[in-house]
Ligand binder design. Structure first.
Ligand code: MCF
Ligand code: ZN
Length: 329
């Protein structure tokens, strides 16, 4: 069977980062907000480097102001993911963005998102789970209430806690309190590391935050002892090759280390990160990996199974999705 019709599992997607430009432009018009700097003349998201990307992400997000806006966003994101064969997806959500940092408001936003996710499960056949995310460059003090909020809203939909943002700001150990709080509440843990932060940031995330998965993690390749450790411990990497290539971490797909990591036994998975920002989709990720490394249906099947094994869902959900994968084989 061709991988093209095989169901996909995506572990690393930022909720606002998946917003189509036309969707953001439409909201900006409705609310009379000038976000012209967010787009280039072709109407694509425009940024010059990683740090600029982080600020454009914030500017684009500034038009999402009500639970209804997030409901509409969630519908658009799930329709797009389902169109690319995704049957299970995990999305990064932060009360710092969604609800403007107000923890009470966050519950209403969460409710609106969950309602759409429940509906999409029935109509589109896609299951969504949320990973509450603190923002590295907002600092550890802001991460604490986010972790408390994550602990309080943990349930069927919110299953994980993580950290994203600028790896150049602060150290993972500054966020230990927040991660301990989330772990004690029974949440699964992941951290963005080994993207701009180099291999040491992966070590720090494992040691100081005790995460089960690493977002990106690709720069572990610069330290082969670390690569072996990741393989031995069975740590899953949420690799986003299109994001890494577009942001300039690697000059092209063939130079991306995902294949070397896989060959050395690391559990790698494939995700889009912020698809319209990086001009990608799950289909495009798979096509480029096929072209760059000759990956075939067998490799994509293995990658998808690895992703499902590492998914932050309960065992009933995992078994239900596994059945979908099996029946498609
Ligand atoms: O994975 C990419 C690049 N590395 C770090 N952070 C982000 C990525 N995509 C979005 N983010 C950040 C975004 O700038 O995640 C946060 C924002 O600060 C949102 S998580 C709901
Ligand atoms: Zn990310």
């Amino acid at each position: 069977m061709s991988w093209k019709t095989y169901p996909k599992v995506e572990l690393h997607l930022h909720h606002e980062g998946a917003a189509p430009p036309a969707f953001i432009r439409g909201l900006a018009q409705e609310k009379n907000v000038d976000i012209s700097k967010v787009f280039d003349e072709r109407g694509h998201y425009a940024y010059e480097n990683f740090v600029h990307f982080l600020s454009v992400y914030e500017a684009a997000t500034s038009v999402l102001r009500t639970p209804e806006d997030y409901a509409r966003l969630t519908r658009a994101v799930l329709e797009e993911s389902a169109a690319h064969g995704v049957v299970y997806s995990e999305t990064f959500l932060s009360p710092d963005f969604c609800g403007g940092g107000d923890v009470e408001a966050w519950r209403e936003y969460l409710h609106a998102i969950e309602e759409v996710a429940d509906e999409a499960e029935k109509t589109l056949g896609i299951t969504l789970r949320g990973v509450i995310t603190c923002i590295r460059h907002f600092g550890p003090e802001k991460a604490r209430p986010i972790a408390v909020c994550a602990a309080e809203t943990k349930g069927g939909f919110i299953t994980g806690f993580g950290i994203a943002g600028d790896e150049g700001k602060g150290k993972p150990r500054d966020f230990t309190w927040a991660f301990d709080c989330a772990r004690e509440a029974g949440l699964h843990l992941t951290a963005h590391a080994g993207e701009w932060g180099g291999p040491q940031s992966v070590r720090d995330a494992l040691t100081d935050l005790k995460v089960e998965r690493i977002g990106h993690g690709v720069r572990a390749i610069e330290d082969l002892a670390l690569v072996d450790e990741l393989a031995e411990k069975g740590v899953t990497l949420e690799v986003c090759p299109g994001s890494n290539v577009t942001l300039g971490l690697y000059p092209n797909w063939r130079r991306h280390p995902i294949e070397q990591l896989r060959e050395r036994g690391v559990k790698v998975t494939v995700s889009t990160d912020d698809p319209p920002f990086f001009h990608t989709t799950m289909t495009r990720e798979f096509e480029e990996l096929e072209r760059a490394f000759g990956w075939d249906a067998e490799v994509f099947g293995e990658i998808t199974r690895t992703a499902l094994d590492a998914a932050f869902c309960d065992e009933d959900t995992r078994a239900r999705i596994a059945k979908k994968l099996e029946s498609a084989e």
